[in-house]
Design a protein around this ligand. Sequence first.
Ligand code: ASP
Length: 467
Amino acid sequence: MKRILNIETTKYVGKKMKVCGWVQTIRSHGKIIFIDLRDRSGILQLVFTPKDEKLYEVAQKLRPEWVVGVEGKIKERPKAMVNPKIKTGNVELEPEKLEIFSKAKTLPFSIETPGYEINEEKRLKYRYLDLRRERLKKNLMVRQKVIQFIREFLIKEGFVEIETPILTKSTPEGARDFLVPARLQPGKFYALPQSPQQYKQLLMVAGLERYFQIARCFRDEDARADRQAEFTQLDIEMSFVEQDDILNLIEKIYIELVKKIFPEKKITKIPFPTISYKEAMAKYKNDRPDLRKNKNDSNELAFCFIVDFPMFEWSKTEKRWDAVHHPFTRPQTDNINEIKKNPEKILAHQYDFVLNGEELGGGSLRSFKPEILEAVFEVMGHKKSEAKKKFQHLFSAFEYGVPPHAGIALGLDRFLAVILNEQSIREVIAFPKTGDNRDLMMDVPAEVTKEQLKELHIKIVKSVNKQ
Ligand code: ASP
């Protein structure tokens, strides 16, 4: 018999059907055993009575989280027994056949609560059980809806979704790179992309004009509570546009997204306020102001754009000028002497997107004139020849007809965490890592075999203070 979902049983009252899932709860009332069977669609009540003694005996052995298949008749529940709290609350199934697919040990924690009270390391170690929790399942489903919405929206607007390589060359986004040794080129390394920045710019040179990607980015940052070594961003690049075109597009996406997927949420102000960096720092003392009218209202969404950032900031650790966004950002002046002479005075065509005091992401108009790009690298302390060598692909591409272009990248994990009122992005990622980048379920990072290291021409120098 073909299996149907629990949620579908309400359509088949009086019919014999098959359902499958996990035993969630067992309640024995004298001679009746009630079982809540859980599948991806929800809960269905099964009712075993001693009418069929053999079956009843097997049912008595069932334990929580065993996986079973059950055939039987769907019945309307007596009025007094209707449970309005579940979607199948007006029906129940009277089993005639029961198959036990697998048994389960006692779970290390309860999956029936939202789970915040449980030690997080334990939850992450048994993530596949943690994800059985209603709250997390819902978060993953909302995530999927948001991604689907964005895809459909952008494709309708003429964007092309393009995958860019994961094994690539370092792109400066302000973090350390994850390196991957190249077995076939001993001594050489790939870097995992901190973002698809250079590829998306090269796609503009290629003439694609409107690119997007739900892109995975990798940044090896020091342990920070709410950062992930790998995270997902909506990455966009467009040709022949001005700053307003990008901001208007983003505004439209998020207004429609909220309307469609989160209708209970209220956006504080439309159009989204655009505030200069200078004004934000003067008025709010930070560049990601929380513009909510009522910070206790979990349904309020205050979006805003911050624009006109400084192009450079002084890096105390490296004792040199660094790009506030990244070096591909276009300064607001074309005057090369001015850029080199007074870097602290130069503003950038850079914009950030902020929601309820959290930076969701940012982007910029790009320097497409090679001489400006060179000047920026020079201010950042790269010798002309060095920069040209390191970013040779970009400089060379820009010699073959490059359109003016601009883009933005928006963190998907952060957005979901804010809109779902979750404290951590780990609550909206299926398999997150800890703050110090460990995957407790897979137990990585992990050591590898001597043979693997040898193949890669790598020697591990053990530190004396072995941890
Ligand atoms: N690549 C930038 C980032 O990941 C965004 C952009 O400029 O488009 O932050």
